[in-house]
Design a protein around this ligand. Structure first.
Ligand code: CDP
Ligand code: MG
Length: 764
């Protein structure tokens, strides 16, 4: 099942994919830029792994940093509702009418599934009802998990306003690297990843009286794993209440999973939405979306409602916003004789995606007056987790950016993929919140029927699970194959993860966590990164490795604005250390530090100041974890070879050998791969014979992202379970580019034997 999606999308015969990828001018342009910009860390727009208060982050750290670097958002929103308004709004929400009924049911049942349309008040109200009903009287907390960081933050803010308390006091939130809670906190919003890691510290979650698993229908990896964990927790904690909220899709699945837990549907207040399909598949979805938007905007009264466009990802969203602006400006120039976009005052165009800074995101919640129309261009983030008031028209491309993992070759494919029917319906529904609406689907009805799955593939079935497996092992789940998954991941993915953890030394031959594995689990990082941090101290380069790992944990640090690409590429190349992207990142951070962490310096050198600040925060927090574990911070000074060697220790299973001009071959799978165009090694005249990489990502080609050249003997040393070395026999056989007279290759037999051994032992 899970592979079908990849095939469907890659299948050039599929009508949908063909049309979605038809290289019209716009698409071609975008594709080119994508290869440059779509770095390894840009993923589908879902929350990733979350670090949190597990790190023992002091609230002061996060908030202090925040105060220093981020513009204060609260002042922008002072023009908000009065106390009476807030009360009025709360009482007008659909969930209010069933308040006592719900509380009664919660009292009577340990687990409950609550279904309701977006905007019915599940996320903001349920926690408050529980609080008002005395669930915190014994000092325990009400927790509410969100798959997305943005949602956790914005909802906590909203609830603190409704309760007239300061955010971070009675109501707080905790997301990766930012903990805005205090000892007074009673209602805690957090990402699902944060709660998951809290189970590592306290496997019965004693401090909570009730936990709301919000947006469960989204089926994020961490939410799915949490539900499995709750199966055991509920037996130990008979006083703990679990509430699972979901949009209409999937709900009965959750009920069955928890032994027919009662389902309660909040009576909706929705208006009919007219769905209009395209007669023909569009040549280019961005173009089609722009055309439709311009048409609606010019042919309907401004006060008839706002427009919401579902786009694929950041790149497309920015292009869409730009092109809409451009097109409408031309019309306005002719009509009203204005000269620039800022003179237009009946229109606001707002992008929204996860990576957007919070203070810009919050603009979409501000209601505009009737004389101004909002055009929101969003990823699937706006499907359910954000309520945007006033939407009357929805434009749906039918696409989203999805990352799919192939466990056999360890390849992540990031591709624009058709959404599922359930998501399409959810998107359309957003037009019918305040009145009857219209949804324009930029695909044909046949596409809807033939090319879309009924339900989306849950994340757990299309992602690397090494981190999850390590976490489960740390929670003493000895046989991960028997873990109660709501939908089990592909067997191959679990096996690959076990193998990876075993070859990295986190699991022993019996599949039990080794002391190293235990240490690795304490870091909220992917296992290979934890490992290089752990070994870096012995190798005398933990200061540097800490920086590298932190830099790898933030979104793109290099800024590449559309209109200044060449200039910014040149700026980026000035930071390059030719043998390593990892070292290049270290170099960026070092220079930034030498320039007093200045923001103007970043601007000058085309660096994303916010990303660097975040890396700096992460660094501080990871240093705390290292300190707690008694790991010394030592610097290797000017010896950067030690650092490369250390990287090799964690990533020896991800290595490639040069195979021709600019080409590499994957050491274990034999797959042809290339260096990503943004790499410091890209286009080097003299490419290193062996490299390890951070990520293997397919966009238009199979690319190695974040690459470091390594000595083959290091590979042999740390990858001895995988590789064999042999002396080249004749000169003829010798590739001049291989390392001296030695050749490292995947030892098939050894690999197979070790795989068997690992798996046999790990999963019994
Ligand atoms: O979770 P659900 O979609 O059922 O609804 P909700 O997020 O609790 O939203 C209920 C109402 O709270 C919405 O109609 C919004 O007007 C308001 N809200 C807000 O103003 N700001 C937020 N960040 C979240 C919700
Ligand atoms: Mg909600």
């Amino acid at each position: 099942h899970s592979y079908g999606l990849v095939n469907a999308f890659r299948n050039p015969e599929s009508e949908f994919s063909q049309n979605a990828r038809k290289p019209s001018k716009l698409i071609t342009l975008r594709r080119l830029r994508n290869d440059q910009n779509e770095k390894s860390k840009e993923t589908a727009d879902v929350a990733g792994t979350h670090i949190g208060d597990v790190l023992g982050i002091k609230k002061s750290d996060a908030s202090r940093n925040k105060a220093d670097h981020e513009p204060d958002t609260s002042s922008e929103e002072k023009d908000q509702e009065t106390t009476e308004d807030v009360e009025e709004t709360r009482k007008s929400l659909p969930v209010y009418k069933v308040r006592s009924q719900l509380l009664q049911l919660i009292r009577e049942n340990q687990v409950m599934i609550i279904i309701g349309e977006t905007g019915s008040g599940k996320t903001t109200q349920l926690a408050q009802y529980l609080y008002e009903d005395g669930f915190c009287n014994d000092g325990r907390l009400i927790g509410c998990t969100q798959p997305r960081r943005v949602a956790a933050m914005s909802v906590a803010k909203r609830v603190s306003t409704e309760m007239h308390v300061e955010l971070g006091q009675e109501v707080g939130y905790s997301i990766r690297f930012e903990d805005l809670t205090s000892p007074n906190t009673l209602i805690k919003y957090m990402t699902d990843g944060i709660l998951l890691r809290e189970t590592l510290l306290d496997d019965t979650l004693e401090k909570y009286s009730c936990i709301i698993i919000d947006e469960a229908h989204e089926r994020s990896l961490n939410t799915d794993v949490l539900m499995g964990i709750f199966k055991t927790v509920l037996k130990k904690r008979t006083d703990l209440k679990i509430i699972i909220t979901s949009a209409t899709m999937n709900a009965s699945k959750f009920s069955n999973f928890f032994g027919k837990a009662p389902l309660f549907t909040i009576p909706g207040r929705t208006f009919p939405v007219q769905v209009i399909y395209s007669k023909f598949p569009p040549e280019d979805y961005v173009e089609a979306a722009v055309t439709e938007t311009v048409k609606i905007h010019l042919s309907t009264p401004i006060d008839s409602g706002d427009i919401l466009i579902f786009m694929t990802g950041q790149e497309d969203i920015e292009t869409t916003c730009d092109v809409i602006k451009e097109k409408l400006l031309q019309v306005y120039i002719k009509k009203y004789g204005i000269s620039k976009f800022s003179e237009i005052n009946d229109l606001e165009i707002l992008p929204i995606y996860s990576a957007l800074p919070a203070h810009i995101q919050s603009r979409i919640f501000r209601s505009t007056d009737n004389n101004k129309r909002k055009i929101v261009v969003a990823t699937n983030i706006a499907e359910t987790s954000l309520t945007i008031a006033g939407i009357r028209y929805v434009i749906d491309t039918g696409l989203s950016k999805l990352k799919v993992y192939n466990p056999k070759i360890g390849l992540d494919s990031l591709a624009i993929t058709p959404i599922a029917q359930a998501n399409a319906n959810q998107r359309s529904g957003r037009a019918g919140r305040t009145g009857p609406g219209i949804a324009y689907r930029l695909y044909t009805e046949e596409s809807f029927d033939d090319d879309m799955y009924v339900q989306a593939i849950p994340e757990i079935q299309r992602t690397n699970l090494s981190n999850t497996v390590l976490l489960l092992k740390s929670l003493s789940v000895s046989d991960v194959l028997k873990f109660p998954f709501i939908d089990p991941p592909p067997l191959q993915t679990l096996l690959t993860s076990l193998y990876e953890l075993w070859s990295n030394g986190a699991l022993d031959n019996k599949g039990c966590l080794t002391p190293l594995g235990k240490e690795m689990a304490k870091f909220p990082l992917q296992p290979s990164l934890s490992k290089i941090l752990l070994v870096s101290a012995q190798n005398g380069c933990s200061e540097e490795m800490l920086t590298i790992v932190s830099m790898l944990s933030v979104p793109q640090v290099f800024h590449r604005p559309n209109e200044r690409q060449e200039e910014s590429d040149l700026a980026r190349s000035r930071f390059f250390i030719p043998e390593s992207d990892h070292l290049s990142l270290l170099n960026v951070y070092g220079q930034w530090r030498n320039n007093n962490f200045s923001s103007s310096w970043c601007k000058k050198h085309f660096l994303q100041y916010k990303s660097l600040v975040r890396a700096h925060d992460i660094r501080t927090q990871l240093a705390t974890v290292m300190e707690k574990q008694g790991i010394q911070l030592v610097s290797s000074g000017s010896d950067w070879n030690i650092i490369r060697k250390c990287i090799c220790v964690g990533f020896s299973h991800q290595a490639a050998k040069i195979s021709g001009l600019g080409k590499y071959i994957h050491l274990r799978t034999g797959m042809d791969v290339q260096i990503h165009p943004t790499s410091a090694l890209f286009g080097l005249g003299d490419l290193p014979p062996y490299v390890v990489y951070h990520e293997l990502l397919m966009t238009s080609k199979e690319y190695l992202c974040c690459v470091t050249s390594v000595d083959p003997f290091w590979l042999m040393e740390s990858g001895f379970l995988l590789y064999d070395i042999r002396r080249m026999k004749t000169d003829k056989e010798m590739n001049p580019r291989t390392y001296g007279e030695y050749d490292i290759r995947d030892d098939d037999q050894k690999g197979e034997d070790n795989l068997d051994l690992a798996i046999k032992n790990c999963i019994k």
